[in-house]
Design a protein around this ligand. Structure first.
Ligand code: BG6
Length: 462
């Protein structure tokens, strides 16, 4: 069969998810509470239609069936996360044997079906007790995280070869400490910077510990939401705005994770505004010596920026947005349900940037996807005809293919998500899966895209 877009042999076809978003069983199996369980108890109104994380998509009980479905649609890889508060309730101390059994079962089931597990250690789900001690704002939490990571490498490292320290570490910084969409709902840039910094320290400590295990063929990395900043124009004021947005939202994690150091320009801006974090003398070496082997790239939308229209209110809290305004490009293509622009070429621009400025680090698209509301209206013969999702994936894959042809070191593509899952404050508003999930019966039904991806993965292209 002749293909227009053939991907390199061994390309990783799969999907991604996170513990809180699919496991459910939040009060079962000895799991401790995390910030999502707590926030939902205290402010259920913050969640779409008051749906919380207690049951989500029931993967805890249906993982075997789900893994069969993954196999049926040609997955050769699958990313999950371990729930810290399930494995070590309270975040520190004794390991929960029921959690060990669960994750062992999932990993073994994946391997028995020739699906390589990619395991992420933290996906927004801080154990509540550690948040009460200050969360990432408290440096001791970075040590607790290192100990948790170490347990994971010890328990599962004989079978899991691809590890990730964090998924989108900037999101808890933005949500929890700047823009009020994650617990603890603080608005304080200085704390946000400290939280971001300690997250990177935790990352480096976990990488250091990983290396001491000498896991054969083992790789460790981080997953970042790289949202390219596109200036409205080439006017120097717009260029400056986009450069600063890039420093705050991409390079703040990308540079230390891959190059082992923070961009000087970012340090200068933070210093000028009195926002630098507390650091320790040996941190520089720690970061330099523990860079990532592998980078996951989550890409959903670009960030378009322009120079500020008005000077920021000097009495308002310091924000990254003091340096740029968001720009609504006329005629931009939108996913109106999520409110995100669709710009497929972004994936190519990210990959070229990694090639040119980040040593062409081994990478893959670790999340990309399209959340759509009320998908039932597209049901025909019992299945959702999600042609829009197929187009979305196809157009992104074309750009990824071009990047690979031009020498980018991209190894795979994971959709967000395998099945519909719970999405933080949006709960089940927007559906992302190859499989739809009936929330009453927990029945999974393939969408048209599930059949399509099976062919793509089977042919290694389209
Ligand atoms: C990514 C996250 O930011 O985007 C996922 O890693 C998330 O956890 C996904 O679910 C889609 O975003 P949302 O907010 O629509 O769930």
């Amino acid at each position: 069969m002749s293909l227009n877009y053939k991907f390199p042999d061994g390309f990783w076809w799969g999907s991604a998810t996170s513990a809180t978003q699919i496991e459910g069983a939040a009060d079962e199996g000895g799991k401790g509470k995390n910030i999502w369980d707590y926030w939902y108890q205290t402010e259920p109104n913050r969640f779409f239609e008051n749906v919380g994380p207690e049951t989500t998509s029931n993967f805890y009980h249906q993982y075997k069936e789900d893994i069969q479905l993954m196999k049926e649609i040609g997955h050769n890889t699958f990313r999950l996360s371990i729930s810290w508060s399930r494995l070590i309730p309270g975040g520190r101390g004794e390991v929960n044997p029921e959690a060990v059994a669960f994750y062992n079962n999932v990993i073994n089931e994946l391997l028995a079906n020739d699906i390589e597990p990619f395991v992420n250690l933290f996906h927004f789900d801080m154990p509540l007790e550690l948040q009460e001690k200050g969360g990432w704002g408290n440096r001791d939490v970075a040590d607790a995280y290192r100990d948790y990571a170490k347990e994971c490498f010890r328990l599962f490292g004989d079978r899991v070869k691809k590890w990730f320290t964090f998924n989108e570490p900037i999101v808890p910084v933005e949500g929890g400490y700047l823009y009020d969409f994650h617990y603890p709902n603080v608005v304080d840039a200085k704390r946000a910077v400290q939280v971001a910094y300690h997250t990177m320290i935790a990352h480096a400590k976990a990488v250091e510990s990983f290396r001491s295990f000498n896991i054969e063929d083992g790789k460790i990395g981080i997953i970042l939401n790289l949202t390219p900043s596109y200036p409205r124009s080439n006017n120097p004021a717009d260029l400056r705005a986009s450069n600063i947005a890039d420093l705050f939202f991409n390079r703040s994690f990308l540079d230390p994770a891959v190059l082992g150091e923070y961009p000087q320009e970012l340090i200068d801006i933070l210093r000028e505004h009195g926002q630098l974090p507390f650091t320790k003398e040996k941190d520089k070496d720690l970061l330099k010596e523990n860079t990532a082997d592998l980078l996951g790239v989550n890409y959903y939308q670009p960030r378009r920026v322009k120079a500020k229209e008005h000077l920021p209110n000097p009495y308002s809290p310091f924000m990254p947005d003091w340096f740029f305004d968001n720009y609504e490009m006329p005629g931009r293509k939108m996913n109106k349900y999520r409110g995100w622009e669709i710009y497929e070429k972004g994936i190519y621009d990210i990959m070229i940037n990694l090639k040119e400025n980040y040593g062409n680090i081994e990478s893959f698209v670790s999340e990309n996807g399209m959340g759509v509301q009320n998908e039932e209206r597209f049901i025909e013969n019992g299945e959702i005809q999600d042609d829009y999702r197929i187009d979305f994936i196809k157009e992104h894959l074309k750009w990824l293919h071009k990047a690979i042809e031009e020498g980018c070191n991209a190894k795979g593509y994971h959709l967000w998500a395998f099945m519909d899952n719970w999405s933080w404050m949006n709960a089940y508003k927007n559906r992302y899966g190859f499989f739809s999930v009936d929330l009453k019966t927990q029945k999974r039904t393939p969408k048209k895209s599930a059949h399509w991806i099976r062919t793509v993965s089977g042919h290694n292209g389209f």
